[in-house]
Design a protein around this ligand. Structure first.
Ligand SMILES: N[C@@H](CCC(=O)N[C@@H](CSC=O)C(=O)NCC(=O)O)C(=O)O
Length: 282
């Protein structure tokens, strides 16, 4: 491992390894953290890599500790990479004041506004810097990348895939924010990170991007019907309507009685890993 990449802890898991890492990020101009699950197959050969983007308030640990994904990543031979959701301790006034903005809420955009732009470059970090670092240091097939995420991270995953269909061969999401331009979480984050010109927000809105993305491969979305954020923030039907307009294949599954929690994610994680494996192992 190069000196620039530091391992903070490591655990054996389903014959593979969970590792928590940190490094000095060039894009975010600060120390960033991420988690990696290396499946047992990676000891012998390069394996496809699946990125998971987490939601508001999460670190790189929530998904690894709660989703139960490692069992299936080991079964299919997929590496999992889970970045943190924002820079931390950046010294920006107000960065820790709100749970839905600032620390833990980078929204996977490249901020353009003065206060945030020198550190909050999460889109470029996730799409460019992190995959390059992973390719250099782990046993992955870089040409076989998939991406998924939850809530704010579901928004991030859809945006990354729709903007980079050749890089991300597969995409799925749990309870994603599909139209951030049209919900309070998105409007708050985008106005602070990107400014008040709403035209500039379109490049980070999945329901806008899908209209011209031509992603072609099927997108899987699971959404709980008992999710307290469903009506005001998540609005999956807006994405469904946009996909229908351009004939983008979408499997939107409304899951009766499920909420927004990791219990919901853990219930359907196997389906999502299988969705990605079907493309990445092809
Ligand atoms: N503090 C909030 C709830 C925050 C929350 O539910 N965060 C979700 C993601 S929400 C969208 O991005 C999450 O994943 N939390 C971490 C976990 O381990 O559950 C409130 O008061 O409602």
């Amino acid at each position: 491992m190069p000196a620039s990449l530091k391992l903070s802890s490591e655990y054996r898991c389903f014959d593979g390894t969970v590792g928590f890492y940190y490094h000095q990020s060039e894009m975010c101009n600060i120390e960033m953290r991420f988690a990696v699950y290396q499946p047992p197959q990676a000891k012998l050969q390069r394996v496809p890599v699946l990125y998971f983007l987490s939601g508001l308030t999460c670190s790189e640990e929530n998904f690894i500790a709660k989703a139960g994904a490692q069992r299936y990543a080991a079964e299919y031979g997929l590496m999992l990479v889970v970045p943190d959701t924002s820079p931390r301790n950046a010294g920006i006034a107000g960065e820790d004041d709100d749970w839905d903005f600032g620390t833990g809420a980078g929204f996977y955009v490249d901020a353009t506004q003065t206060l945030w732009r020198s550190h909050y470059q999460m889109y470029s970090y996730v799409v460019r810097e992190l995959p390059a670092l992973i390719a250099e240091n782990f046993s992955v097939q870089s040409e076989k990348q998939g991406i998924f995420g939850h809530s704010m991270g579901g928004h991030g995953a859809l945006v990354c895939a729709l903007r980079n269909p050749n890089q991300y061969k597969s995409v799925s999401a749990f309870a994603p924010i599909v139209a951030p331009m049209r919900c309070p979480w998105g409007e708050k984050a985008f106005s602070h990170y990107l400014g008040t010109d709403r035209e500039s927000w379109r490049t980070y809105d999945a329901s806008e991007l899908v209209l011209s993305a031509n992603y072609q491969r099927p997108i899987l979305i699971d959404q709980g019907t008992a999710d307290k954020f469903l009506v005001e923030q998540l609005k999956p039907k807006l994405f469904e309507q946009a996909c229908a307009k351009v004939k983008q294949p979408l499997n939107l599954r409304m899951q009766a009685g499920y909420d927004h929690s990791y219990y919901f994610i853990a219930t359907f994680i196997e389906d999502h890993i299988r969705h990605h494996a079907a493309v990445l192992l092809d």
